[in-house]
Write a protein that binds this ligand. Structure first.
Ligand code: ATP
Ligand code: MG
Length: 259
């Protein structure tokens, strides 16, 4: 008979589970400390490269291209460190319920949609938003912003030019639903269960070339856990994907009048 990890852990002696928890805390602290230590030197390097590029550099000289690439890579490392720090914050119990409030999700989604249109740029995706503005969520607005933007920006990144992206925010069976549908590259079935693992990429070359850290959906997963919400992913290779987040009834607030 196959045992789940929880069942296996429950069957172990207390000293062993305590030690596993200790090792897990050490791992989390190590990642958080390394990320924190790397932040300052990287900010300095990034700042100097920015200053250098602000100078009127001779376009014909090879170092203009070199500095531009160094600048792009330092930006990518900064993103990576910010995401690692956010992930370790989300993994810890820190501030779990402290910053929760009734969040007007529809207006949050309008802002994120405008950012997604900027990200799309000349790729000219058709981005549509259907959000019920009476539907609010009890949760941490910053964490929710990170969750929604990761899923929406993924739709932009993994959908070829002129593709269709639809964002729905609706109330069904007393539960708030956030759904992003894209007509993008899709994901093969074997990758779907692993997508929320850190650094897992279904298409590593495409993710890296777009500057991806491979941490977006790992962050999304932790935000969902902290809000007792579920993630459902449906996808067809070459046709597109649908990412749906379902929030529990006790967090889904349907107002009688519009905000
Ligand atoms: N809408 C989507 N369509 C196709 N593939 C997707 C989609 N969303 C996610 N993926 C796949 O899941 C992988 C993990 O996504 P995740 O957001 O965690 O990382 P990333 O997008 O590579 O990096 P980052 O989020 O830091 O930019 C991606 O690399 C991509 O292969
Ligand atoms: Mg992503």
């Amino acid at each position: 008979m196959k045992q789940t990890i929880q069942e296996l852990l429950a069957s172990l002696p207390t000293e062993v589970t305590n030690h596993i928890q200790y090792l897990e805390r050490m791992r989390q602290d190590f990642v958080a400390n390394v990320s924190h230590e790397l932040r300052t030197p990287l900010t300095v390097i990034h700042g100097y490269l920015e200053a250098l590029l602000d100078q009127d550099l001779d376009e014909t000289k090879p170092w203009k291209k070199i500095f531009t690439q160094m600048h792009q890579q330092s930006l990518r490392m900064e993103n990576l460190i910010e995401n690692l720090l956010l992930l370790s914050h989300l993994e810890s119990a820190e501030g779990e319920n402290k910053f929760e409030k009734q969040t007007p999700v529809a207006s949050l989604l309008i802002t994120i949609c405008n950012e997604a249109k900027e990200l799309s740029g000349h790729l000219n995706h058709q981005i549509q938003l259907h959000a019920d503005d009476k539907l609010c969520l009890l949760g941490n607005p910053e964490e929710l912003r990170s969750l929604f933007s990761n899923i929406i920006f993924n739709a932009v990144k993994y959908t070829p030019a002129n593709g269709q992206i639809t964002i729905d925010w609706y109330y069904q069976k007393n539960q708030a639903h956030f759904r992003v549908t894209d007509s993008g590259i899709g994901i093969a079935p074997e990758h779907i269960p692993k997508l929320t693992e850190r650094f897992y990429r279904a298409d590593p070359a495409r993710s890296r070339s777009s500057g991806g850290t491979g941490l977006g959906l790992a962050i999304a997963k932790h935000v969902l856990i902290r809000h007792q919400a579920l993630l459902d992913i449906k996808s067809q290779l070459g046709k597109g994907s649908v990412f749906t987040c379902i929030f529990p009834a006790n967090r889904s607030i349907y107002l009688k009048t519009k905000l």
